[in-house]
Design a protein. Structure first.
Length: 319
């Protein structure tokens, strides 16, 4: 019976697919494809010290601060301090419900985010919904100006199973105006920032027990110390050794990038104090954090040549 049902389902999907453009799939196909891959693929949640309370990994140069308690939100921040952060949504009028990920303005009409945030959009393009970028949005229930996304460029070597090369560029309809003040891409390699503190900004969930009681919708800031190659030991992320990844440890004992931070910026500083985009949130994070744990993030600096080549060679017309 199950086999017969599967055959009928496949036939139905084939009929739908034949009626669609070759470059896009329907929402129905997209949903079934995601469910199928979820059950067939191994888990992509990576091992982390937070799941090993007896870990022997030495703490980083910055010890976690008690900071906000498990039932308190970490520092909320005004959007004027981070004008380049944007919210990616499926519905511009219901931003809190349709929030997908965060992104960073890096050029007058370009936003950088994680590929996994846009993968279903790219598969269905241009069918179904049309995604938007929200600027000047401090609270999702009070969204700022909305801008349609007109082009999605996923990194050609993105692997959805492992999230390697997990970044995508979004070209936005701006009416000839600048989205926001872009965040610079110019900065030293992340390997030179070991021991320094990075800022992670977004509308995400920082503690699971807190999330069970209230919705996360206000822009907030987390600070984390950049870690060295111990990140890729057998106790943490051995499968990411040699990839474009780095690790950082939250400075708050009870809070970290638990969920909904995907695609969000990790901001670092040059020697002269100017800010630049060092990384973005990509891989699933462990939550709540442990005192010696770290999470893995994507090293944006290794992709700057690709980012600039896409922006430079992009056609002006809408696809």
């Amino acid at each position: 019976m199950r086999r017969a049902a599967a055959v009928c389902l496949s036939a139905a999907l084939l009929a739908v697919a034949l009626a669609l453009p070759a470059h896009a799939i329907s929402r129905l196909e997209d949903t079934i494809l995601d469910v199928t891959q979820t059950f067939r693929s191994p888990s992509t949640v990576l091992p982390n010290n937070a799941f090993r309370p007896n870990s022997t990994v030495e703490p980083g140069p910055q010890a976690p601060d008690a900071g906000a308690g498990a039932d308190e939100r970490p520092e909320l921040v005004p959007i004027r301090g981070f004008p380049w952060i944007v919210a990616l949504v499926d519905d511009k009028d219901r931003a809190q419900r349709s929030f997908v990920c965060a992104g960073t303005v890096i050029a007058p009409d370009w936003v950088l985010t994680a590929a996994h945030c846009t993968f279903s959009w790219a598969r269905r393009w241009p069918l179904d919904l049309r995604p938007y970028v929200l600027t000047a949005t401090e609270t999702l229930s009070k969204p700022g100006p909305s801008h349609p996304i007109k082009r999605i460029v996923v990194h050609p070597e993105y692997d959805p199973a492992t999230r390697r090369n997990d970044l995508a560029l979004l070209q936005v309809e701006t009416g000839g105006k600048r989205l926001a003040l872009p965040l610079s891409l110019d900065g030293p390699p992340v390997t030179e920032q070991v021991g320094d503190i990075a800022n992670i900004i977004g509308w995400g969930v920082t503690n699971r027990s807190l999330d069970a009681r209230t919705k996360s919708e206000t822009l907030q800031l987390l600070q984390a110390v950049v870690r060295d190659d111990i990140c890729f030991s057998n106790l943490t992320y051995p499968q990411l050794r040699g990839s474009a990844a780095f690790c950082a440890s939250s400075l708050l004992r009870y809070h970290d990038t638990c969920s909904r931070f995907g695609g969000g910026p990790i901001v670092m500083r040059n020697a002269d104090g100017t800010q630049y985009l060092g990384g973005i949130v990509s891989w699933p994070a462990s939550c709540p954090p442990d005192v010696d744990k770290m999470n893995a993030y994507l090293d944006v600096q290794k992709f700057v040549p690709w980012i600039r080549s896409v922006i430079k060679t992009a056609p002006e017309r809408k696809p």
